[in-house]
Write a protein that binds this ligand. Structure first.
Ligand SMILES: NC(=O)c1ccc[n+]([C@@H]2O[C@H](COP(=O)([O-])OP(=O)(O)OC[C@H]3O[C@@H](n4cnc5c(N)ncnc54)[C@H](O)[C@@H]3O)[C@@H](O)[C@H]2O)c1
Length: 272
């Protein structure tokens, strides 16, 4: 029988309460790792992780953490190092991820974006990823651990959003919902962050890559899906579990010669 690829490894996943955070956790747990799930929403995290805890028990470690808070991230890192073990993997997954297609909130058009809104997106999506890389990466280096950091970007990290996807009939152009500009900035920025750390820590044994998922099936309205499917050569969104393989590849020794790279898995959407 083949050895599990992440046996006895400790992997930190930010935004663990969310759709993909849970999937990343399933992937690493299935390969023998302990998954440290961080989220600002602790109740959401506990609720979302019920099945994982039932299946994997103490290998699922849940912690409330605001990844934009220096003190909180440093404290959690020290606590995990001593209570669980020093992580060798970090998945920077948390983001403000506005699902414009569900139309469940107001989505800021450029003209109405203010500094607070801009700052929130960039704080979580970019500063949070930087801070976690800095803190957990430093612990890997101090402990002589070869590590892998995976930044979860998006197909929106390599192309602009096609705003026609989100169009609502009967509204004037000036009121049409759009994917906010901050999302593009954050997702493009993460690719830069990966490349920077890939060179900064190249000789310290830390690899850093970006994974760019395309749209994931998550209860979107039928009308939206019909439009979306036409933009994707494979004709459908991803199923939530279709990133397990890529994540495991990037976190494990299967990708030891890969750093600073951008792995795009979007059903071909960005080639059209
Ligand atoms: N779902 C998709 O279709 C899709 C497609 C491409 C890329 N992505 C990317 O994948 C990642 C996960 O997406 P998702 O759909 O699971 O999003 P999600 O909104 O379901 O999960 C994001 C999680 O981040 C947490 N979070 C927000 N602010 C935080 C903070 N300050 N500290 C700690 N946690 C915080 C939220 O509480 C939430 O649980 C995101 O980076 C997103 O941009 C998602």
């Amino acid at each position: 029988m083949s050895q599990k690829r992440l046996l006895n490894k400790v992997i930190v996943i930010t935004g663990g309460a969310g759709l993909l955070g849970q999937e990343h956790a399933k992937a690493v747990l299935s390969e023998g790792a302990t998954a440290i799930l961080l989220d600002i929403d602790f109740d959401g995290l506990v609720h979302a992780s019920i099945d994982l805890v039932a299946e994997y028990g103490t290998k699922v470690v849940l912690r409330q953490c605001d990844i934009t808070n220096d003190e909180a991230v440093s404290k959690i890192s020290l606590e995990i190092n001593s209570s669980v073990g020093v992580p060798c993997g970090l998945v920077n997954n948390a983001a403000i991820n506005p699902s414009v297609e569900k139309n469940t909130a107001t989505f800021s058009r450029v003209e109405s974006i203010n500094y607070e809104e801009w700052k929130l997106h960039l704080d979580v999506g970019l500063y949070g990823a930087f801070l976690c890389s800095k803190v957990f990466g430093a612990a890997m280096i101090e402990n002589g651990i070869s590590g892998s950091i995976v930044n979860i970007s998006s197909d929106h990290g390599i192309m602009a959003p096609n705003q026609s996807l989100y169009r609502v009939s009967g509204k004037p152009d000036s009121e049409q919902p759009v994917k906010p500009v901050m999302y593009s900035v954050v997702k493009h920025g993460l690719i830069g962050l990966s490349r920077y750390f890939a060179t900064y820590w190249a000789t310290s044994g830390i690899r850093t890559n970006s994974l760019c998922p395309g749209g994931v099936l998550n209860g979107q309205p039928e009308e939206f899906l019909q439009r979306f499917n036409q933009l994707v050569p494979l004709g459908r969104p991803a199923n939530p579990n279709e990133y397990h393989g890529a994540l495991l590849f990037l976190l494990s020794d299967d990708s030891t010669y890969m750093t600073g790279s951008t792995l795009v898995i979007d059903g071909g959407r960005s080639i059209w």
